[in-house]
Design a binder for this molecule. Structure first.
Ligand code: FDA
Length: 397
């Protein structure tokens, strides 16, 4: 027997992730008959693993400036109509405990599953019919409807919402479904690439940095006119950590990034001022007052300076400070979709209504969430976009 109970629905939503569940709840609450389809056997898998298992579900400082898109204004309408405060109200109403970690980032105190449970409960109350382990083989448009051929049989729907996310982490079931449907209906796609992703180093650089693997430092990273100040982590493949994930969204193949490992101070002036007092110390010991010990030794070794700090010339101090504050690195690549948290690019916002997420040229067809060319920074922004864009579509479908 088919898992799908009706032959016709007002709304079919493909993708039971963050955006799809939000759209389903809102449409269901408006009394629409809603079918929510996912090929996975559980909904919201990315919510479950997000935020290290604690789901960074929103960011209280969200504005359009925290998103990357060919049209930076597109996300404004949805983000201002369904805000972080609106989502926090839902979370509070379910007594889900949360805390602000840093920079407006809100995380659950307990496991992320609480957010999934909240959304699935809302779906049930809104009479959403959720159909998991179901694939969609074909989508066709009739005059005023869509006909879907699913693994559970055919379904007809007035509104079709594509909420299948981006390409990140194919192992978890990510597919290019949204882009294929966009292409089928003649919508443009802004070139996609992995974002919020660690960098990999070439063999030579990796040989040098491998001993640092596991070390983390507060750092400011610059690339293409943008900078982020957060933790950097040396890995056995290159570098990662929040600051690196952030800058990866602005980096392109062949670009150098500039790393400042002591962003709070003018290191050269600081070292110069302490040269007399610390004259008898080894330079790496002095550097270790500013950096983790092993990193201090590594930076010092690369600067090729004399063994006693008091013997360092101004030029030596400049080399030492420059090595820590203007370290220019050229990653060979990134870890790709295998580990990227999001996909940059996607359905061209020029082809969508910013108020409803409906395709301008195909009435009844909607794209929401990560599939759209709206990509947030690290820190809860991507979920906020999923909630806001899902909510916006949910008001009209
Ligand atoms: P999402 O990917 O959530 O959902 C898409 C759904 O569609 C999935 O259920 C999938 O199974 C289904 N699907 C895909 N193809 C299909 C097909 N062909 N047929 C049927 N179903 C299909 N963001 C944030 O704000 N805070 C955080 O803490 C984190 N943490 C984080 C950690 C990790 C490891 C990752 C990979 C990502 C994050 N993110 C994040 C990003 C965040 O998870 C992401 O932006 C949102 O989940 C996007 O929501 P969507 O609903 O658009 O897609």
């Amino acid at each position: 027997m088919s898992k799908i109970s009706q032959a016709e629905y007002d709304v079919a939503i493909i993708g039971a992730g963050a955006a799809g569940m939000m759209a389903a709840i809102e449409a269901g609450r408006r009394g629409r008959s809603v079918l929510l389809i996912d090929h996975a056997d559980t909904p919201g898998e990315k919510i479950r693993i997000s935020g290290g298992g604690r789901c960074n579900f929103t960011n209280t400082r969200t504005t359009h400036a925290n998103f990357i898109s060919q049209n930076p204004h597109f996300c404004k309408s949805a983000l201002t109509r369904y805000t972080p405060t609106d989502f926090i109200k839902w979370v509070n109403a379910k007594n889900i405990a949360w805390h602000e970690k840093t920079l407006g980032q809100l995380f659950c105190d307990g496991p992320s599953i609480q957010i999934i449970n909240m959304l699935t409960e809302h779906c049930e109350h809104a009479n959403v019919e959720t159909c998991l382990s179901t694939s969609v083989e074909r989508v066709e448009k009739t005059d005023d409807r869509f006909r879907l051929l699913t693994s559970e049989g055919p379904v007809v729907t007035s509104s079709l919402v594509i909420a299948t996310g981006g390409k990140s982490i194919p192992k978890m079931g990510a597919t290019d479904f949204a882009y294929r449907i966009a292409d089928q209906f003649g919508l443009n796609i802004v070139t996609t690439r992995p974002a919020l992703v660690p960098f990999t180093f070439g063999t030579e650089l990796l040989e040098q940095t491998k001993p640092l693997s596991g070390i983390s430092a507060d750092a400011e990273i610059r690339c293409n006119g943008t900078s982020f100040r957060e933790a950097l982590l040396f890995t056995h493949r290159g570098i990662s950590g929040p600051s690196i994930l952030q800058i990866s969204s602005y980096w392109r193949e062949g670009d150098e990034i500039e790393i400042n490992l002591t962003p709070d101070i003018n290191l050269y002036e600081d070292l110069k001022a302490g040269r007399q007092k610390n004259g008898k110390l080894a330079p790496h010991t002095v550097m270790a007052t500013h950096l983790p010990k092993r990193l201090a030794e590594w930076v010092t070794k690369r600067a090729h300076v004399p063994e006693k700090f008091g013997d360092l010339s101004d030029k030596h101090l400049k080399a030492l400070a420059g090595g820590a504050q203007q370290w220019r690195v050229k990653p060979v690549g990134s870890e790709g979709y295998r580990t990227a948290e999001v996909t940059l690019g996607g359905i061209d916002t020029n082809d969508l209504s910013s108020k409803t997420m409906e395709a301008k040229s195909v009435s009844g067809l909607y794209f929401i969430g990560e599939a759209v060319d709206v990509t947030g920074w690290l820190g809860g922004y991507n979920f906020q976009w999923a909630w806001s864009s899902g909510w916006a579509a949910g008001q009209v479908i």
